[in-house]
Design a binder for this molecule. Structure first.
Ligand SMILES: [Mg+2]
Length: 205
């Protein structure tokens, strides 16, 4: 059988197209709570809470109430949302790579473990997010990378499989799950190197 030509490019979001720092959220929430920044950060980042929220098993209201109960945060949901979601900034060379692919008519898909508060903020502040052909998001699919659910959904929605799918992610376990399905995947480290891979594949000049 002839090898498949790549037909879609699948992008992880965090640390590929947008950088982020949860300590920004922890500092903002700690300033209005009874806990210090490190404690707030562990509530946000290292507890099963975020996993349940990003797997769609918990609403934003429930997530907010849990964090509020554990930290003593004294603001409302909209104040919490501002603290929690305003933690991103663009990785400009990769945003440019994405734009170049779209200009050449390449189908691109967003493939992210995320939550609705983050996505609402990102849609309002980062216009490139609207240029993808489609999105596969953990809280909508109710499954997180590297479990199979999001990968199966991506294959179903695009109608592509195996080496027709090119996939970049900064997390090796997520990339590994793609490789095991035959996707053409690599661990994204530097924009220059990922761009060079896309050139080798004939997707960019
Ligand atoms: Mg990432």
């Amino acid at each position: 059988m002839k090898p498949h030509r790549p037909e879609v490019v699948v992008f992880d979001l965090g640390k590929v197209l947008l950088d982020f720092d949860y300590s920004i959220a922890a500092r903002c929430i700690a300033a209005r709570s009874q806990q210090d920044e490190a404690t707030v950060r562990s509530v946000l980042d290292h507890s099963p809470l975020l996993f349940r929220y990003e797997t769609g098993l918990m609403s934003r209201q429930e997530f907010f109430e849990h964090v509020r109960d554990q930290t003593g945060f004294d603001g409302d949901l909209s104040e919490f949302a501002r603290c929690f979601a305003d933690i991103f900034w663009p990785i400009d060379p990769m945003v440019a790579v994405h734009q170049e692919l779209r200009k050449r008519g390449v189908s691109t898909w967003l493939f992210s473990n995320t939550n609705d508060l983050a996505m609402e903020h990102i849609q309002a502040h980062f216009p490139f997010i609207h240029d993808f052909e489609g999105w596969v998001l953990s809280y909508e699919v109710r499954s997180m990378k590297p479990a199979p659910g999001m990968y199966e959904t991506l294959e179903r929605r695009t109608g592509k499989h195996g080496a027709q799918i090119v996939y970049l992610d900064d997390r090796p376990e997520n990339v590994q799950a793609g490789l095991e399905r035959g996707w053409c995947a690599w661990v994204h480290e530097e924009p220059r190197r990922s761009r060079a891979r896309l050139v080798e594949l004939g997707l960019l000049d």
